[in-house]
Design a protein around this ligand. Structure first.
Ligand SMILES: O=C(O)CCC(=O)C(=O)O
Ligand SMILES: [Fe+2]
Length: 241
């Protein structure tokens, strides 16, 4: 497998976001959806259905488990083609964890950062239905505290806390969203709890995703996404409990 020229898939000016339409074919999508739906690993966490494949993540790192065999070709292809998982001892870094999230129309994921447990780059494959991933600049605690204090001083709500939206990416089914650098380290990302997405001026990939600015995009059906990452510290389940 040869490396892709990622630069040709760069979208927007936020460092650094890439969008690759049709990363998998409709046949591959159907095969993945069939295996994902049949998996016994589904859990419900804070109202969202998810699967942890490759092991369970703890504050200390990953208690690793083998990735399912049907997922291994995709993960190997992602590592070789994107090269985003770094270099490990002279070899291309391999992702070791896949978080699978299922979203019905109207469901989303709150703005969050993926944090320091991972090599700071992530690839998200979207299947089944579209969604919009929005990036907002994280504000420093000092800045947020100063704003909250200023608010409180004038009798306002000290908890009002707005992140600044910097980019939104329409993730069509079968597409790959990759982000790293500032987008990984200094931004939050999330998906609105919307049944219909409003495409606004913050959209950085309207042409690549085949949508128009100001368009309304119905989420349409269930979206299943695969968040593919490399957890930096891993432990084998040999710990005596
Ligand atoms: O489903 C998505 O596109 C986003 C998932 C995500 O941000 C995560 O798993 O950390
Ligand atoms: Fe995330």
């Amino acid at each position: 497998m040869t490396a892709l020229d990622l630069q040709q898939f760069r979208v927007g000016s936020l460092p650094t976001v890439f969008y690759i339409p049709n990363y998998v074919s409709t046949e591959e999508e159907q095969a993945l959806l069939t295996d994902l739906r049949a998996s016994k690993q589904w859990r419900t966490v804070s109202g969202r259905r998810l699967q942890n494949l490759g092991g369970i993540i703890h504050k200390q790192g990953l208690i690793s488990a083998p990735l399912p065999s049907w997922l291994q070709p995709l993960v190997a292809r992602l590592a070789a083609e994107t090269g985003i998982y770094g270099n490990v001892g002279g070899d291309v870094g391999q992702p070791n964890h896949v978080l699978v999230n299922a979203y019905q129309p109207g469901e989303g994921i709150l703005p969050h950062e993926d944090g320091p447990l991972y090599h700071p780059a992530v690839a998200i494959l979207g299947l089944g239905a579209p969604a919009v991933v929005r990036f907002a600049h994280k504000r420093s605690n000092t800045q947020a505290d100063a704003d909250a204090a200023a608010m409180a001083a004038v009798g306002g709500d000290a908890h009002v806390y707005k992140h600044q939206l910097v980019a939104s990416v329409v993730c069509q089914p079968r597409s790959l969203l990759i982000f790293r650098d500032v987008a990984y380290s200094d931004c939050l990302h999330g998906i609105l709890e919307a049944a219909v997405e409003e495409i606004d001026d913050s959209c950085v990939n309207a042409a690549q995703a085949g949508v128009q600015q100001q368009q309304r995009l119905p989420r349409g059906g269930e979206r299943i996404s695969l968040t593919v990452r490399r957890v930096l510290r891993t432990h084998k389940l040999g710990i005596r409990l």
